[in-house]
Design a protein around this ligand. Sequence first.
Ligand SMILES: [Zn+2]
Length: 180
Amino acid sequence: MQNSRAYGIDLPKLALGEHRFDFAVRDAFFANWPDSPLTEAAVDIVARVDKTARHVEVRFSLTGWLILECDRCLRSYSQPVQAEFRVVYTYERNLRETQDEEVIWIDRNTPFLDFMHEFYEFIVLQMPLRRIPPDCPTEACAAVLNYIANASTDDDAPERPSTASPWQALDDLRAKFTDN
Ligand SMILES: [Zn+2]
């Protein structure tokens, strides 16, 4: 487990008013979540904090890159990330969430405001559902394309169902890579 103090702020020391904090999320961060769908990323996070007597409002700006695996050819590619999130950490239990900000209730004696879970959620939320880079297929996908070409012309292939399509071939290939 990485030291979570790298991803938060000391609250009691913090004067009322506006402050800026800079955080860096790198690959090691994701080791804290063994089931994370993401293991590689470089995301810089700026937290603009406004502390008042009633709450601590934080605007998070994320900029960086996620390293994803192409759904089609399994090649790694980087996906740029740019996003903004607002969270109100409030001492008042009755404050309601609004459409564009999350509200988290905190105890007035909270010594350390930990952003680790927020960072993880923000970053994972940036993963697109369909992960195919605009330049796919490239030369790097040649092996995949050859496999598909062979699969669709080779009538003797014993294990191929008659309904085989290029997408089925891709699924088979993906299974082959992920099984071992
Ligand atoms: Zn690809």
